[in-house]
Design a protein around this ligand. Structure first.
Ligand SMILES: Cc1cc2nc3c(=O)[nH]c(=O)nc-3n(C[C@H](O)[C@H](O)[C@H](O)COP(=O)(O)OP(=O)(O)OC[C@H]3O[C@@H](n4cnc5c(N)ncnc54)[C@H](O)[C@@H]3O)c2cc1C
Length: 386
């Protein structure tokens, strides 16, 4: 076993500086106006953070996953929301690992330079969330194109993305040898598709997440936009999921840090019955427990990063890091609300906003139950439960 992953103190400091220009009022106003944090995402793009994982030969910084984790953790710790753009960091990995040389040359430098945004990831459908192999969106080959019909749901940032990575069936589940065969990945040019059969409908959610439903009505996609081999898309998507889980776990650690600082600061300052509320163990202990949970989750994230970077199979570590970090951020969120009492519910404190934002990570991109099923089946060797 090699040593711990680097901490990236300088990157964290720079990210924190950038985030300081986007305080709570900025995020509160976005929620009021129901708009996307375009300026924040532009600033991150300009500083090169969203291209952290793109290799230098394609114009990115070629940093390891632990650097991307540090960036996202710091964004959340600063009270900002990386959910607006985090997907760009990891979905490009599918093109990098499985795309053709021509696709890499065409898209990665554009993404790295911020001229094209790859923010949309079209996997989930109304009839298949957790059960990805049951998706129905179908791409039929027609000469040098594929014709796509179907519907996606929860396609976040679709209105703010130039490209979408789309998972569609190219062979029906019934005709596929294995249920996970016959799925293919495509790069969709959103502007072209919107002119010719793609419709995007926003979904209002409990937090400002710019998520949408996307409808495909005979949308023609050039065959050259197929990533890798037809029918092998499930494997390509799976190969990116460990990175996604580790990065989301890092975001949860960042959220937990934000909640813990906010709570302990408030507990020291708020005086009730003539003494700081933080003098009461009933107030201290939930915050102290959340801190211990966050520290444990942080170690798990770092361990998962290390294994990922060493090219080891890190399914167990990535899943457990995501589970424990999402639990830690939720425990910290809960303690923060309780510590603030009534003021937790006032928008100007940002506690209620962050509380809503961090709740998502128990459900998406993978729910807690499915991680537990993974551990039960793949780590502990118990029978598959579904
Ligand atoms: C705000 C938001 C943004 C999202 N962004 C994207 C995106 O950009 N792209 C994208 O493709 N998807 C996105 N998703 C979708 C997300 O990945 C799914 O919501 C998630 O995978 C769960 O799927 P589902 O909602 O269909 O739940 P379901 O699959 O219907 O599950 C419902 C509940 O049942 C539980 N459950 C289901 N099966 C089992 C089982 N066998 N054992 C135990 N429990 C089970 C689940 O854990 C869950 O709690 C987003 C979702 C949200 C809410």
């Amino acid at each position: 076993m090699s040593g711990p992953v680097e901490d990236y103190a300088e990157i964290r400091e720079e990210v924190a500086k950038l985030c300081a220009a986007f305080p709570g009022e900025y995020w509160q106003k976005l929620e009021h106006d129901n708009t996307y944090p375009a300026e924040f995402v532009a600033a991150l793009t300009q500083a090169g953070y969203l291209a952290a994982l793109i290799p230098e030969e394609y114009g990115g910084s070629g940093l390891p996953l632990s650097a991307a984790a540090a960036i996202l953790e710091e964004i959340q710790r600063s009270g900002c929301n990386g959910g607006a753009c985090h997907a760009q960091m990891y979905i490009m990995g599918t093109i990098l690992r499985h795309g053709s040389q021509a696709q890499k040359q065409r898209y990665l430098p554009e993404i790295a330079a911020g001229r094209q945004r790859l923010q949309a990831f079209g996997v989930t459908e109304p009839g298949s969330g957790t059960d990805t192999s049951s998706i129905k969106t179908f791409a039929t080959r027609d000469g040098d194109h594929y014709v796509v019909n179907g519907q996606k749901i929860w396609t976040s940032r679709a209105e703010h993305s130039d490209l979408m990575l789309l998972l569609a069936r190219t062979t029906s589940k019934e005709n596929a040898v294995k249920r996970t065969d016959g799925l293919s990945v495509f790069i969709v040019d959103m502007q072209e598709a919107r002119k010719a059969g793609m419709t995007i409908r926003p979904i209002r959610t409990m937090m400002n997440h710019s998520t949408t439903e996307v409808f495909f009505d005979n949308v023609r996609i050039p065959a050259e936009n197929l990533v890798g081999e037809e029918g092998k898309g499930f494997r390509y998507i799976l190969s990116g999921m460990n990175a996604e889980r580790i990065l989301i776990a890092a975001e949860c650690v960042g959220d937990a840090k934000w909640f813990i600082k906010k709570s302990s600061d408030y507990a020291r300052e708020r005086v009730v019955f003539g003494r700081p509320i933080g003098q009461n163990q009933g107030v201290q202990f939930p915050i102290a427990r959340a801190y211990a949970q966050m520290k444990a989750a942080d170690l798990l994230v770092r361990d998962a990063c290390r294994r990922y970077e060493e090219g080891e199979n890190c399914g167990e570590e990535a899943n457990i890091a995501k589970l424990m970090a999402a639990d830690a951020s939720w425990a910290a969120a809960e303690a923060c609300v309780q510590t603030h009492g009534g003021f937790a519910f006032a928008e100007e404190y940002d506690v209620e906003r962050k509380f809503r934002e961090t709740r998502l990570y128990q459900v998406a991109p993978i729910s807690t139950n499915l991680i537990l099923s993974y551990i039960a089946e793949h780590v502990l060797g118990m029978p598959r439960s579904y």
